[in-house]
Design a protein around this ligand. Structure first.
Ligand code: IPE
Ligand code: IPE
Ligand code: MG
Length: 250
């Protein structure tokens, strides 16, 4: 069976009643994809946009409600200046091309991460997209941009400390619910499914707190080769997992 056929078959097999509500993706492998083709790394980042478009479309189509995409980590600043510069330009380029379709598909854009530290143009492009899509209710797309899971928790601890110092909260009131409310993902239920392409079997400082009981799905495919059939395969596999949350059966 060819790849397209497999996608169609998976589409039929997926249980519409058990679509993961929140899917998170570590969009990895762009550099290796480019190297394999003798291209500069940035060609891989650009090619990744096609996978992003296809993934948002299929997620929306099957009824995923939240898609959280790791776009740039707080550790990615360590990369060569020229690559960082390109990665900072990419959201502008992407949004310019895609904002119409995102709006037509009723997608709401949000950004998780330290947006203030981004270059002015990047920040403005993201803020414009947030503003333009604010009223959309079909699906939320969270771009984790200048995001780190540990930094997310540190920020929440600082905010809660301020509440304590001002006597706005008592120590005994601090619970998991309150901590979740001070994370960038405020208001989003935890991811049901986390997808990481590229063959790496790690989390790389993505949503550390939020993935306590998330189902993990890995593939060796590089992100620019990731197509809707892979996404459907991940969802299909997810539906066959027994989520127990520490209990006895799912
Ligand atoms: C993911 O691809 C994109 C970002 C981290 C911004 P990589 O650039 O990490 O690609 P590899 O892992 O080097 O192949
Ligand atoms: C994670 O990928 C960050 C993004 C995909 C944005 P990395 O390529 O930075 O992760 P490591 O360095 O392989 O752990
Ligand atoms: Mg990588």
């Amino acid at each position: 069976m060819d790849f397209e056929e497999k996608g169609k078959q998976l589409y039929q097999l997926i249980d519409q009643e058990r679509i993961p509500y929140h899917v998170a993706i570590i969009m990895d492998g762009n550099g290796r994809w480019a190297r394999k083709r003798g291209l500069p790394r940035i060609a891989g980042h650009r090619a990744g946009i096609d996978s992003l478009r296809e993934t948002i479309r299929i997620a929306r189509e099957i009824g995923v409600k939240i898609l959280t995409l790791y776009t740039f980590s707080t550790e990615n600043w360590k990369r060569p200046k020229s690559e960082v510069k390109f990665l900072m330009k990419l959201p502008e380029e992407y949004l310019q091309k895609e904002i119409e379709e995102l709006c037509a598909n009723n997608v709401k854009i949000r950004v998780l991460g330290l947006i203030k530290e981004l270059p002015e143009n990047t920040r403005r492009a993201l803020e414009d997209a947030i503003k333009r899509t604010k009223g959309n209710e079909g699906m939320v797309v969270n771009f984790a941009m200048n995001y780190g899971g540990r930094g997310d928790i540190v920020r929440a601890v600082k905010k809660i400390s301020q509440l304590l110092l001002r006597d706005d909260i008592k120590e005994g009131e601090i619970d998991e619910e309150i901590i979740s409310q001070y994370l960038y993902t405020k208001g989003c239920p935890d991811p049901d499914l986390l997808i990481r392409p590229s063959g790496e079997l790690r989390i790389s400082n993505f949503l550390l707190w939020q993935i306590a009981y998330t189902e993990l799905w890995f593939t060796d495919i590089y992100w620019p080769d990731f197509k809707k059939t892979h996404f459907l395969q991940a969802v299909y596999d997810f539906q066959r997992r027994n989520r127990k949350f520490g209990g006895i059966k799912g």
